[in-house]
Design a protein around this ligand. Structure first.
Ligand SMILES: *Cc1c(COP(=O)(O)O)cnc(C)c1O
Length: 451
């Protein structure tokens, strides 16, 4: 039995939240701690392409893709088919106990698409944070060193180790210490705020690495090629290349955390390609498996093989259902040329906000790559971050049926991570809803000033 496809249009039949969503919210607040607090005033019934349909029959435009996960959509027919077939065969054996072919197939596919030359090997895990933890384990085992350096504005997860690598205190770290030891933070490159050319920013980073840690103690430097939670910050041209060169020359491994940027999100398989760098290890998750929980660490064979037999793994790592979804998702990305689609999304979002910027100076910077785009809002005179504005716009957009995410160290960034399969008209409509709200906040401000 085939289901009716979900109509790809926005439609509000109740206010948001609707009556059913309101009831479910009560239940949620009774049984789920407020520490886990969903931002959209709707409960999902179905999702497909660029649309999320809620339990009250409203259809919302999805500009978040469950935080860059459902690149191929939340129920791509090919992924659904692969998952169903796998579930019927077997749901789990534990790869460490009884292996299956698809795990190695996926590892082979990753070897083909990652920007690491030579033979790679891959370990499959469940979440982005778990991938980062395992990359750190490999780096320490291979180098025999302990220190790990991460950057200002970094996000690497919420587990005990990765919390220490993540930069921002609220909400990720506050009251959760102590953090793991031998984790260091160094300045990176944030062109909009530091104004430094790549070479200069890299020199500052390298000085910090040498003075505060020392290459002989440093196992690895980890960085997102475009910082995600930090506000889609792309380092200045030349920054990453120079840092990676320094790593290579000093026996320090470079880990690219591509958990958010990977799998055509930024218009290439991985964002490292566009930066012209070759990492030693790559961590991936989010877009890899069309919504199924799966993550991976891929690295040069020599590095991955430095870990003793049995040293890496986990009960669910590389679960066969998630792996089937991963293989199907990657095939969809190839068949539907989603890398090109992501670049088209970049064009649409850039054009849209460039027009808005003409008469709204609060649009400080439009940045990002592919279907990972952000707009940073600032006071036009002082560049002070306008976090309240961004929050107000996001809340209003969600009420009007557009799922909108915020980000940024200062909370003043609207970020766009639509499913890459989203229709162009739907994307444009979502953007218009947001910029209409933005225009309203301007008139309100003017009125306050005039009054
Ligand atoms: C989301 C994210 C993580 C953490 O992934 P989880 O699956 O939430 O553990 C790590 N690194 C980056 C760059 C991310 O965007």
């Amino acid at each position: 039995m085939t289901r009716e496809p979900l109509e790809q249009s926005r439609k509000l039949v109740t206010e948001l939240p609707g009556p059913k969503a309101r009831q479910l919210r009560e239940q949620l607040e009774t049984y789920v701690p407020k520490a886990v607090s969903p931002s959209t005033p709707a409960f999902v019934a179905r999702a497909e392409g660029g649309i999320v349909e809620d339990v009250d029959g409203n259809r919302l435009i999805d500009l978040g893709a469950g935080i860059a996960v459902t690149t191929v959509g939340a129920s791509h027919p090919k992924v659904v088919e692969a998952v169903k077939a796998q579930v019927e065969d077997f749901t789990h054996t534990c790869f460490m106990v009884t292996p299956y072919e698809s795990y190695a197939q996926l590892a082979q596919k990753l070897d083909e698409i990652v920007p690491i030359s030579g033979q790679t090997r891959t370990v499959l895990l469940n979440s982005g944070a778990e991938a980062v933890e395992n990359a750190v384990k490999v780096a320490r085992a291979y180098t025999g060193k302990q220190a790990i350096a991460a950057f200002d504005n970094a996000y690497h997860g919420r587990t005990t180790l990765t919390m220490g690598l993540t930069a921002k205190n609220m909400p990720y770290k506050d009251s959760f210490g102590p953090f793991a030891s031998e984790l260091y933070r160094v300045p990176g490159s944030y062109p909009f705020r530091d104004g430094l050319p790549g070479e200069e920013a890299a020199a500052r980073t390298i000085e910090a690495l040498e003075i505060q840690i020392g290459a002989n103690n440093l196992a690895a430097v980890i960085m997102e090629p475009i910082q995600g939670e930090g506000g889609f910050i792309e380092p200045a041209v030349g920054f990453l290349a120079k840092v990676v060169d320094w790593c290579n020359a000093n026996g320090v491994l470079f880990i690219a955390d591509e958990v958010q940027t990977g799998f055509v999100r930024t218009g290439t398989w991985f964002a490292s390609e566009a930066q012209g760098i070759e990492p030693d290890l790559i961590t991936m998750a989010k877009g890899i498996a069309g919504g199924m929980p799966l993550s991976a660490v891929t690295g040069r064979a020599e590095l991955m093989d430095s870990v003793h037999a049995g040293g890496l793994g986990g009960t669910y790592g590389g679960n066969p259902v998630a792996v089937a979804a991963g293989l199907a998702s990657i095939a969809v990305m190839e068949e539907e040329n989603l890398a090109a689609k992501a670049l088209r999304i970049e064009e649409i979002i850039t054009e849209h906000f460039a027009a808005v910027q003409q008469d709204d100076a609060r649009v400080g910077e439009i940045r990002g790559r592919g279907a990972m785009m952000a707009v940073e809002f600032v006071d036009p005179e002082t560049k002070a971050p306008l976090a309240d504005l961004v929050n107000e716009v996001a809340v209003a957009a969600r009420k009007q049926g557009v799922i909108t995410l915020t980000a940024g160290t200062y909370g003043n960034v609207l970020r766009f991570l639509p499913p890459v399969v989203i229709g162009e008209d739907l994307l444009k409509e979502g953007l218009s809803v947001i910029t209409d709200i933005l225009a309203e906040t301007r008139t309100q401000n003017r009125q306050t000033i005039d009054a």
